[in-house]
Structure formats: structure tokens, C-alpha cells
Design a binder for this molecule. Sequence first.
Ligand code: ZN
Length: 262
Amino acid sequence: MRLSLNTVTTKCWTLAQCIEGCARHGIPGIAPWRDVLHAMGTEAAARHIRDAGLTVTGLCRGGMFTSPGAIEDNRRAIAEAHAIGARCLVMVCGGLPPGSKDLAGARAAVRDGLHAIMPEARAAGVTIALEPLHPMTCADRSVLSTLGQALDLCDELGEGSGVALDVYHVWWDPDLPRQVARAGRRIAAFHVCDWKVRTTDTVFDRGLPGEGVIDIPAIRRMTVEAGYAGGFAEVEILSHRWWAEAPDLVLDEIKKRHATAI
Ligand code: ZN
């Protein structure tokens, strides 16, 4: 698989610097977060990315359906994903609303929100990629926790929906092989990083591929065998430790690990 740079990996860079960095390091894919996209301006970003010949493996992120104003925000995200030619719009679906214990209600809000935005997504030709997040984040970030749960939603949503498979979030799942096979060509994105045994933070202490306990090559093979046709492994490292390093050094380190750990 070719590499794609999720821009959160090089958090101190602007989107223009990320695009230049990809070109300098021979990384053919990019997946911007919306904050850096907004800072550059969507039109200018689309032009620069096109000129650099990069494939946009995803736009991060839509979702957060349990927060006020989510539908409008997702409509804007769909338009942005379309404008930059993103292969998918990644959905972080949202956790419990503040003060709530109503998990079933939060899951229903996610489901209703997705149904509400699908017509726009289909009209724009933007694939909605549901990213199940590790259950540790269920309270604040995503009540969608497993690949099986995501695929049940995709079954309902139909055409234009798919999943973003992030090894960090799904590696522990005993049902993973069966669910990856079930996902098949609905795998819209493949995100990589690693789970450190002594993780200090379940969100911001991700390892580079090979630093932790996830058998990333095994999951990659599973994904390809299932029919993932994307050809890209998107490196998404949320890490205070790696954010403290020079981004060029981080990209060198990722390239070194590409052949052995992805
Ligand atoms: Zn991810």
C-alpha cells in the first residue's frame, strides 16, 4: 500500500506545508483535517493538492451527531469533501451529550443524523465513511464502537456509505476477521498507527507503526483480501510525543517503517 499523510500527524504544519512535505518525501496521498483546510481556504487547497498530484484519501471529519448544529456542519463538510476530491468523508459519530446517560438515545441520534445527510452525500458523490472508535471513547467521541455496528448502519444506509478502518480502534475486536470480510469493498479508508502497551492517553499517545502491539501487516492483508481497493495506508498519529519532533523527522521515521510495519 502507498502512504497517505493524515495532516494531524504533522500538527504544527499548515496544509500548504503538509502538501509540500508530501511532495518532498514522495508520499502520494493526503487526508486533511478541516481546521487546516479552513485556514488555507477550500478552493486554494483543492488547487494546490491537485497541482501536487496527491490523492485525497479522506477528509477528517464529519459526524458528532449528538452535538447541536451537527446536520448543518455535516452538510458543509460534504461540500468541502466534494471540492477537494476526497475519496471519503470520515465520520466520528459523537459521544453522549453532556450530562446524559442515554446511550440508546445517542445511538439513535447518530443513526437519524446519518440518514438525514445521506441524500446530500450521494448527490455530491461523497462516500460517508463511518469510523468505529475504540469503546474507551464512547462517552465523549463515538458511540459507534465496533466494525460490526458500523456495517449494520451501512446495511441500512445503503449506497454511498462505507467504513474507515483504523487499526487503533479495531485491533482488539475478536470478531475483526469476520467483519473485515463482511465489509469487503465498503472499506473506504485504512488508517494506521499503533497501540502502545503502556499508553498514557487513549487519544493522544498513539505510536508510529511498529511501536506497539498491533499486527498492522496482518490487518492490512485481511483488508486487501476483503476487497479494499484503495491502495493507501493513511498514517494518522495523534501523539504529544511525536508532535514534539520536527515533522520532517517524523515523516522519515514513518517511511522507514513503511516496508516492515505496515
Ligand atoms: Zn482514524
